[in-house]
Write a protein that binds this ligand. Structure first.
Ligand code: SF4
Ligand code: FES
Length: 283
């Protein structure tokens, strides 16, 4: 099921990947243009933990000094440290373009995507840790199963009761409706928001900002129809759903795709209230 969901997420973001790649590249060029640092090396303090190796079971920090080049990201520096000093240093990464969502970590006290974070923007030593509030498997790799379970709980795929009649007819979406859900479709399932959320840290069953944002993406999509929207609102209204959010904005602050998560959660709360009023009015 996780594979299926991951595929769903990839499809969700694939339509944007080309423009977002350009966007990331433009941001990178902008940053490198303004770099004023004359540093030759950067000092990293990297969290290490390996429960399977005797002598490495106690968490610790290792120091690495990596040669700096203009435009170097935190991910570049980790790759250098691994390839040059210690091949056992373990972390996830893939696209290096802020698309796959695999390299969210806790860098200098904040959840960040390492491939999108310039070393020159950080104070030294650069402290790199796994995402907080997740079980650490090894070094910087955390167990994402719980996060995927929460995403799965909101049925993160398009469902509609209004299929067009003809086999080849399109089910069209208005420009305004596409604009409304645009930001919510940008999620890359990195887990940074969930890791930053105090409520999720306290309540293991809380759906969390990423799952609620995904519910918003479908609940606000007019093509799914009213019945489906009601069903989605019932899911997010459950005991550990939207009403747990205390509007702390931590998720919005760390989201690397700039999704207005808190705003979306608030809007779903309003939709849920409207839905309930409609129910009482009609009965
Ligand atoms: S909402 Fe943002 S921070 Fe949360 S998983 Fe999606 S991209 Fe990552
Ligand atoms: S490596 Fe894919 S998002 Fe950073």
């Amino acid at each position: 099921m996780s594979t299926q969901l991951t595929q769903q997420a990839k499809e969700e973001s694939s339509s944007q990947s080309e423009s977002e790649t350009t966007e990331v590249e433009e941001q990178r060029q902008e940053v490198t243009k303004n770099v004023t640092t004359d540093k030759e090396t950067y000092h990293l303090k990297v969290f290490r933990y390996d429960p399977e190796i005797e002598g490495k079971k106690e968490p610790r920090f290792d120091d690495f000094h990596v040669p700096y080049h203009q435009g170097m990201t935190v991910l570049d520096s980790l790759i250098y440290a691994r390839d040059t000093y210690d091949s056992s240093l373990t972390f996830r990464h893939s696209c290096r373009q802020a698309i796959c969502g695999s390299d969210a970590m806790f860098v200098n006290g904040s959840q960040r995507l390492c491939c999108k974070t310039q070393l020159s923007d950080l104070e030294e030593p650069v402290r790199i840790e796994p995402l907080p509030h997740q079980d650490v498997i090894k070094d910087l790799v955390v167990n994402m199963e719980h996060f995927y379970d929460q995403m799965e709980a909101i049925e993160p795929y398009f469902q509609t009761e209004n299929l067009p009649d003809g086999e080849f007819d399109e089910q069209r979406q208005s420009r305004e409706n596409r604009e409304k859900i645009k930001m919510s479709t940008r999620c890359i399932w990195c887990g940074a928001c969930m890791s930053s959320c105090n409520i999720a840290a306290e309540d293991n069953q809380y759906l969390g900002p990423a799952a609620i944002n995904k519910a918003y993406r479908f609940a606000m999509d007019d093509r799914e129809g009213d019945e489906m929207k009601q069903r989605r609102l019932e899911i997010i209204e459950q005991e550990h759903g939207v009403w747990r959010c205390q509007t702390q904005f931590s998720c919005t602050e760390v989201c690397p795709k700039d999704i207005p998560l808190t705003e979306h959660i608030q809007e779903l709360k309003r939709e849920a209230v409207k839905n309930n009023l409609k129910f009482w009015w009609n009965n």
